[in-house]
Design a protein around this ligand. Structure first.
Ligand code: ARG
Length: 472
């Protein structure tokens, strides 16, 4: 059989603890150190035991293992699971990984029947199965967390559907928008992130179990049955693909990297908004920290860490892509390197989503500062140009030119557009009358952006309601 694991644990101290017979000597210490994955793959224990249970049940149903041995194996596996959950099982690095640790313990509990569990399978299909099961759960958890974040954003968006702030392009004041509209932009991004993770989940839901080492098995196994028992849609179609493919992990890490990038952009905005220079939002005590030397400080640490953790999540994607590149079929031990980046990225992303949710839900919005900044930046210059087009039938290019000159006047006088006397406006365009005032106010400017997907408060309220239906 494939990888000689039916004699999982040898009692002979002088030989290799795992492979027994053929290996006369124990592995070098450093070999054990580089080879063992138990330090991190112990996280897969529940999936590993679930996979073994499904495999064992199938072996019995197919008459490959007797029902007595099957029953002993199942009850032994349950006991091991409980022991691990209570922290009572001491994992052994000499046994390399979670698969061998569970099997060795099973042998201690039920004796030689334990050796029958590995019939018609290999650690290669076992680990691929475990990891798919683990990732499936992780995606489901992440989805729930992203829903929480979207809910916090939608709540704030509804509260601030009419709160005016400067909308920026090139980080320069562009046109006034509402804060609610700005937040709903992120709701869309996180919605697509959820979609990408859901896509990945759909594709990963095929069961490698029964692919054995790489070629399938000569035992009359029932792969449909194990796939069904583990909640997979179907067995993986090709045994070599099943043991060597990790594109489900790469796919998740790509989605995770992009999600992290979205979080990082929001985090960066929070860092800016909460700075003394902007003063748009105040973060709660719960999500900031002080300085050990500067008493006045309230640092946006959580936002900075969300931004910072993007590096390791993107790094995980790159790490696995590089690991996979140039790896001939089928399984190679290189593939053991898939787990740490995956676990770290999934943990980090979850943490970032939860921290972001807390920050968004808790932050206070300084509407006055936002409004003042929107007015200070001549952000209604486009509205001024549009007014010239609409009222005076000026071609847009000329209107743009006139509006730019008016901005120049306001700049020279150090006033807001709305504060310029009519006389000054008429120096640029004599036909301007006092009705132009209406479009120079930032509230009017946002209220006029009523096109679908635009920033008018009524639109934002409708968009928030619709986002609730679409996402929550
Ligand atoms: N710990 C291994 C991994 O994570 C399990 C599979 C080992 N298979 C093998 N043929 N040595 O990839």
């Amino acid at each position: 059989m494939s990888d000689k694991a039916s004699t999982a644990a040898s009692d002979d101290e002088d030989t290799n603890p795992t492979w027994g017979g053929r290996f006369a000597a124990r592995p070098a210490g450093v070999m054990e150190e580089i080879n063992a994955s138990i330090g991190f793959d112990k996280r897969l224990y529940a999936q590993d035991i679930a996979g073994s249970r499904a495999h064992c049940t199938m072996l019995v149903a197919q008459g490959i293992v007797t029902s007595e041995d099957g029953a002993a194996i199942l009850s032994g596996l349950d006991r091991i699971r409980r022991q691990i959950e209570r922290g009572e099982l001491a994992f052994d690095t000499a046994l390399e990984d979670i698969h061998m640790n569970v099997e060795a313990r099973l042998k201690e509990i039920i004796g030689d029947a334990a050796g029958r569990l590995h019939t018609g399978r290999s650690r290669n299909d076992q680990v691929a199965t475990d990891l798919r099961l683990w990732l499936r759960d992780a995606i489901d958890r992440l989805d729930g967390e992203l829903v929480g974040l979207q809910a916090a954003l939608i709540d704030q968006a509804e509260r601030h559907a009419a709160t005016v702030m400067p909308g920026l392009t090139h980080l320069q004041p562009a046109q006034p928008v509402t804060f609610g509209h700005h937040l709903l932009a992120y709701v869309e991004m996180f919605g697509r992130d959820r979609g990408r993770a859901a896509d990945c989940r759909k594709r990963l839901n095929e069961c490698p179990l029964g692919a054995a080492a790489l070629a399938g098995t000569s035992f009359p196994i029932d792969r449909e049955a194990t796939a069904r028992a583990l909640g997979f849609d179907r067995p993986a179609a090709n045994s070599m693909d099943a043991v060597s493919d990790r594109d489900f992990v790469v796919e998740f890490l790509s989605a995770a990297a992009l999600g992290a990038v979205h979080l990082s952009r929001l985090a960066e905005e929070i860092v800016m908004w909460s700075s003394a220079q902007f003063g748009f939002v105040t973060l709660s005590d719960a999500f900031t920290s002080g300085s050990s030397i500067m008493p006045q400080k309230r640092n946006p640490d959580a936002a900075e860490l969300v931004r910072g953790k993007t590096g390791r999540i993107v790094g995980a994607l790159v790490a696995l892509l590089v690991t996979m590149k140039g790896l001939a079929l089928s399984y190679g031990k290189d593939l053991q390197e898939d787990k740490e980046p995956l676990f770290d990225a999934a943990d980090s992303l979850s943490l970032c989503v939860r921290a972001m949710t807390g920050m968004i839900a808790d932050m206070t919005v300084n509407a006055e500062a936002m409004r003042a900044a929107a007015e200070a930046g001549y952000a209604t210059a486009t509205d001024l140009a549009d007014w010239l087009v609409r009222r005076l039938d000026v071609p847009f290019r000329d209107a743009h030119h006139a509006a730019a000159r008016i901005v120049g006047l306001a700049e020279a006088r150090g006033v807001r557009l709305a504060d310029l006397p009519l006389k000054a406006l008429r120096e640029v365009e004599p036909r301007i009358d006092k009705t132009i005032r209406e479009v120079l106010a930032v509230e009017r400017a946002v209220a006029s952006r009523t096109s679908f997907g635009g920033t008018a408060p009524d639109r934002v309220r409708a968009a928030a309601a619709r986002a609730r239906e679409r996402f929550l």
